[in-house]
Write a protein that binds this ligand. Structure first.
Ligand SMILES: Nc1ncnc2c1ncn2[C@@H]1O[C@H](COP(=O)(O)OP(=O)(O)O)[C@@H](O)[C@H]1O
Ligand SMILES: Nc1ncnc2c1ncn2[C@H]1C[C@H](O)[C@@H](COP(=O)(O)OP(=O)(O)O)O1
Ligand SMILES: [Mg+2]
Length: 207
């Protein structure tokens, strides 16, 4: 049990509707397996999975003007503006707050400032799942995913940019939360089930 989430209730909520929500950040490089593990967590534990990338892709699919601007950023493998993604996550959380057993925030924070702003506007995470795979493993998985995903960012050049940005901007997020004792590092090199057995141990340490 990490600081700030004893008995499943986190302190100092910034939104009344979310004040009793359990929040788990799922952080790892592109292609490390965040989405895959989140699906398995939902299946077994019934948490609410919110993927920042999925929220953004839904906006792009809507064909809105904002979606067009986001698509141009994502195609290059860059980060969209912090306020945009944070507001989308907050709205999605509020919509599910009354029925959710807890939230898996997948793909956020991608930089330390995103974590700070999330805590100011929403609340503190009680666990950070750090999905750790080698760069070569992530690259191979993304190239393979690109054969069928239809994602404009699963292309060789954009994958390279995303990996570089991950090491530069997102890895510091892990060090930032390590100081609070809420980081659980998951070795994501094995099979989906091998990875999930570690993930399940981390989730159960919270119950
Ligand atoms: N443990 C694993 N072993 C092999 N392939 C995996 C594993 N976890 C995920 N994958 C595959 O790797 C790709 C990236 O996984 P995904 O869950 O989309 O990662 P992320 O959300 O971190 O980008 C997907 O095609 C997925 O099926
Ligand atoms: N928290 C965030 N801040 C800014 N941009 C984000 C973001 N989460 C996602 N994006 C944008 C930039 C990413 O390259 C793109 C795809 O994200 P994703 O679906 O989470 O990728 P993946 O699951 O492969 O790691 O969406
Ligand atoms: Mg994903």
């Amino acid at each position: 049990m990490g600081a700030g989430c004893s008995s499943g209730v986190c302190p100092s909520r910034k939104s009344d509707k979310l004040k009793n929500s359990k929040i788990i950040f799922v952080v790892g490089g592109p292609g490390s397996g965040k989405g895959t593990q989140c699906e398995k967590i939902v299946e077994r534990y019934g948490f609410t999975h919110l993927s920042s990338g999925d929220l953004l892709r839904a906006e792009v699919s809507s064909g809105s003007e904002r979606g067009k601007q986001l698509a141009a950023i994502m195609e290059k493998g860059e980060l969209v503006p912090l306020d945009t993604i944070l507001n989308m996550i907050k709205e999605a959380m509020i919509a599910k707050a009354s029925t959710s057993k807890g939230f898996l925030i997948d793909g956020y924070p991608r930089e330390v400032r995103q974590g700070e702003e999330f805590e100011k506007k929403i609340g503190a995470p009680c666990l950070l799942l750090y999905i750790d795979a080698k760069a070569e493993t992530m690259l191979m998985r993304l190239i393979k995913r690109g054969e069928t995903s239809g994602r404009s960012d699963d292309t060789a050049q954009t994958i390279k940019n995303r990996l570089e940005l991950y090491y530069k901007a997102t890895e510091p997020v892990i060090a930032y939360y390590q100081g609070r004792g809420i980081v659980r590092k998951i070795n994501a090199e094995g099979s989906v089930d091998e990875v999930f057995s570690q993930v399940a141990n981390a989730i159960e340490s919270l119950q």
